[in-house]
Design a protein around this ligand. Sequence first.
Ligand SMILES: Cc1cc2nc3c(=O)[nH]c(=O)nc-3n(C[C@H](O)[C@H](O)[C@H](O)COP(=O)(O)OP(=O)(O)OC[C@H]3O[C@@H](n4cnc5c(N)ncnc54)[C@H](O)[C@@H]3O)c2cc1C
Length: 584
Amino acid sequence: MAGEIRLPDIGDFKDVPIIEIHVKPGQSVAKEDVLMTLESDKATVEVPAPEAGIIGEIKVKVGDKVSQGALLATWASGGAANAPAPAGQPAAAPVTTPAAPAAAPRPAAEPTTRADFECDVLVLGAGPGGYSAAFRAADLGVSVVLVDRMPTLGGVCLNVGCIPSKALLHAAKVIDEAAEMSEHGLVFAPPKIELDALRNWKERVVKRLTTGLTGLARQRKVTVLTGEGAFTSPHTLAVRAPEGDRAVRFNCAIIAAGSEPAAPSFIPRDSRIWDSTAALELRSIPKRLLVLGGGVIGLEMATVYSALGSKITVIEMMDQLMPGADRDIVAPFAKRVEKRYEKVLLETKVTWVEALAGSVKVAWEGKAGSGEDVFDAMLVSVGRRPNGGAIGAEAAGVAVDGRGFIVVDRQMRTNVSHIFAIGDIVGQPMLAHKAAHEGRVAAEAASGHKSSFDAKAIPAVAYTDPEVAWVGVTETEAKAKGLAYGKAVFPWAASGRSLSLGRDEGLTKTLWDEASGRLIGCGIVGPNAGDLISEAALAIEMGCDAEDIGLTIHPHPTLSETFAMSAEAFAGTLIDLYMPKKKG
Ligand SMILES: Cc1cc2nc3c(=O)[nH]c(=O)nc-3n(C[C@H](O)[C@H](O)[C@H](O)COP(=O)(O)OP(=O)(O)OC[C@H]3O[C@@H](n4cnc5c(N)ncnc54)[C@H](O)[C@@H]3O)c2cc1C
């Protein structure tokens, strides 16, 4: 045995489950190649090879929980190029999201042929990051070329993400609210679902927005090219399209190539095994739908298909649904779906999937034991993979890590100073509003302004029923970091507006910095939580304390009052409930 590969220091993590092993005994690996992926409730962590070499024996299996120093694998005899780190003394830092980049590649030479298009700023990818960057740069007076392989602008968000999913979630809400009013004396007949009409409506919503973007690009004189873009040098990009290749020469570039759905390698390709894009196509309503992955995207699609009549099973590897959010904020949602769905299996891993003639057979192992069942369809929603590996970044000299992320500084600059990157491709959270904000920063920096990304907080929303939203520091993070914080929770059972909606399960939780008294985090669960969280985001940005919020007159009766009442609860001035101030 030539040496051991042990888990390096991965920060504040212990007993983290291994979710994927990427290498086999006998396989050659380069330094920094990803060996394994671990996933805690806080982050996905990739374990890189500390050296180049040949893998000997794998000492762990998927599902094992590991901590710093755990023996993961051995090097084959003579395999490691350099001596591996001694036990417990790892040579390389773990790769988190985004990972430290590999060494910058040597860029290709500049072509000597003339380009078809010349511009100040080239933007690759027309999602919310890319089109925001392109439009902002054009508004600042520079010439812009925007490239996307999709025939319509808007990227994942408008075409196959945020917008179509929210249209379908609206339909789900109408169905569920109509059904729930039967308990209160308003009885509707069960809905007749005309799938083609519903799908057409969703597509019209998308088309209206994507067409609007085309108009905005035209008004701003942004040149839009459709085709697959790949860098050919630090100042040129080739755009490949059926009608022929075109070359673009640019002074600066902004990479906004986004991400695509990820899937474990053992899952077969089959028309009944969907990713989020296939689920949004709304081709059929399966009688029984398995949702693999209890994150936001999977649970939003579960909300849609449940309202349309599917019986839902959710399998999630972690010990709670929506792992990034605080447990108490997720609890009202979890309680509702536990009653409504066939099964919610936590701390469970799908181990095997087989596409049969009329169904999909799935086996799992988990805390509650192992099992297998057949489903009419399965949605795989286990995360998204950045597209950094497929844009010819190396020809431009841009460093991309083993997972496809590009590392940037606060100005969104890559290791090549005139090339920027934004959105999903630069790391978590993979959210449209984060991409759009970064797009503005990159456009301004590329146009010579001193902009940088300095937002204090990025809100996150699950548009499920009830909605779950959070911004700033979560309580889990506050505890993990040892922050001195105070907390207040306002239960919506005391909100007149909530009760008048027939719902009382919501909560508004606020977290406050002990020293300054300022708001540092907020979590909201309940109808419209996604809209309500904006006020908390503004309060964090503005450095508000509980008095600022409590003394701001909120309209009555609204759900927005719950935010003010949570602040009053913290300040000890709440009248509507008797609630002594609590410390975290
Ligand atoms: C089902 C679903 C629901 C979602 N809901 C929400 C939500 O409610 N709120 C939210 O904030 N986020 C949501 N998201 C996430 C959101 O869509 C993404 O975070 C966002 O789209 C990222 O924007 P982006 O600009 O980084 O890239 P993307 O939107 O991924 O756009 C990247 C673009 O680059 C193009 N591209 C990539 N490579 C090339 C190439 N080589 N050549 C040419 N073009 C290329 C792609 O075609 C794509 O159009 C959702 C995602 C999904 C899948």
